[in-house]
Design a protein around this ligand. Structure first.
Ligand code: SAM
Ligand code: DTB
Ligand code: SF4
Length: 347
């Protein structure tokens, strides 16, 4: 088994990991999590849909594609002041990251992009991390976002390269990798993950996670979305992902990307508190809070606060220093970690 920080995982190794008995896998993921992160801390993030609907792309899961007749009506782009009011409210409700999403194929230069830059500057001035997800991004646009202070850029691979053409035909896997490279080259943190439950096989989930683990640099955060099947989209009739399969993918993600924020994203509203508890044990350490994701429903913030409290988890306020923890620099057998001193474990 490779050292989780330094050596490459082969596809066979990831496959074996993925198919391990579930509780063995969760146990091991919990060990890796505790060696690399404070297992009680969960980052709260809030999404804003700064440009909703009317997207020309054909992503089969997406209610915002103009190709499908869904509940989403296209809206004009939000104004900077409106977005910053939402960001302030999110900060006051405990979020430290504000993620602005636009239903665009790609960011285009001009007034809309200038407005995004103002939003990024404004969110940073509130003391929050700023994230954007605007579709494809050129190297120059990434540079300008970095100059504005952008913390992270979300651009998902969504699934394996092999399964990708079943889901999206209007841009390629390589297009996505190019955007991710532009983001990383600009010095912006990469937020990159995928969706479970689009009809893909286990092998596709394994390949997606293998690919994410081999991005260089590894993503700083990995959103794990469970498909929200939306009427009118081609995937509307698919069943919800099995919660234990969801936990399995989260555990593998934690083991392959020991320091990443593993973010519970779309689909959480339908997942029981007990399954979410298992996901936190397996290394999930971030959630989107607030009653809406981009267009679909999400657990209310107070419901999430109750859940975190009941589990003994906490979130850190924007700008707040990390609490002091009792740190054990002890090696943990079976996690594949070689240098325990370099990565403290929390108790
Ligand atoms: N248009 C930009 C793009 O595609 O990169 C940004 C917004 S897009 C809505 C962000 C991500 O939301 C997608 O990559 C996908 O992973 C996720 N997503 C969209 N609809 C979803 C759904 N119905 N269920 C789960 N995840 C979804
Ligand atoms: C991500 O991977 N999931 C979030 C965020 N990144 C932008 C978006 C989920 C969207 C779910 C469908 C919707 O609400 O429109
Ligand atoms: Fe457009 Fe993004 Fe939805 Fe695809 S996922 S249709 S690019 S908004």
């Amino acid at each position: 088994m490779p050292d989780t920080m330094t050596a490459a995982w082969t596809l066979d190794e990831v496959t074996a990991l993925y198919h391990a008995p579930l509780l063995d896998l969760v146990f091991r993921a919990a060990q890796v999590h505790r060696q690399n992160n404070d297992p009680r801390e969960v980052q709260l993030c809030t999404l804003a849909s700064i440009k909703t609907g009317g997207c020309p792309e054909d992503c089969a899961y997406c209610p915002q594609s103009s190709r499908y007749d869904t509940f989403v009506d296209p809206e004009k782009m939000m104004k900077v002041d409106e977005v910053l009011a939402d960001a302030r409210a999110a900060r006051d409700a405990g979020s430290t990251r504000f993620c602005m999403g636009a239903a665009w194929r790609e960011a285009t230069d001009g007034r809309a992009f200038e407005r995004v830059l103002d939003m990024v500057r404004g969110v940073r001035d509130l003391g929050m991390e700023a994230c954007c997800t605007l579709g494809m991004l050129s190297a120059d646009q990434a540079r300008r976002l970095a100059e504005a202070g952008l913390t992270a850029y979300n651009h998902n691979l969504d699934t394996s390269e092999e399964y990708y053409d079943n889901i999206i035909t209007t841009r390629t896997y390589q297009d996505r990798l190019n955007t991710i490279q532009n983001v990383a080259n600009a010095g912006i943190s990469v937020c990159c993950g995928g969706i479970l439950g689009m009809g893909e096989a286990d092998a596709d989930r394994i390949k997606l996670l293998h690919t994410l683990a081999h991005l260089d640099p590894q993503p700083e955060s990995v959103p794990i979305n469970a498909l929200v099947p939306v009427d009118g989209t081609p995937l509307s009739d698919l069943p919800r992902v099995d919660p234990f399969d969801w936990v399995r993918a989260i555990a593998v993600t934690r083991i392959l990307l020991p320091r990443a924020k593993v973010r519970l994203s779309a689909g959480r509203l339908e997942i029981s508190p007990e399954a979410q508890a298992l996901a936190f044990l397996a290394g999930a350490n971030s959630i989107f809070t607030g009653e809406k994701l981009l267009t679909t429903a999400n657990p209310e913030a107070d419901v999430d606060h109750v859940l975190l409290n009941r589990l003994g988890l906490y979130s850190r306020a924007a700008g707040q220093a990390a609490p002091t923890h009792h740190v054990h620099a002890t090696a943990c057998a079976g996690t594949g970690k070689a240098d325990a001193d370099a990565s403290p474990s929390f108790a």
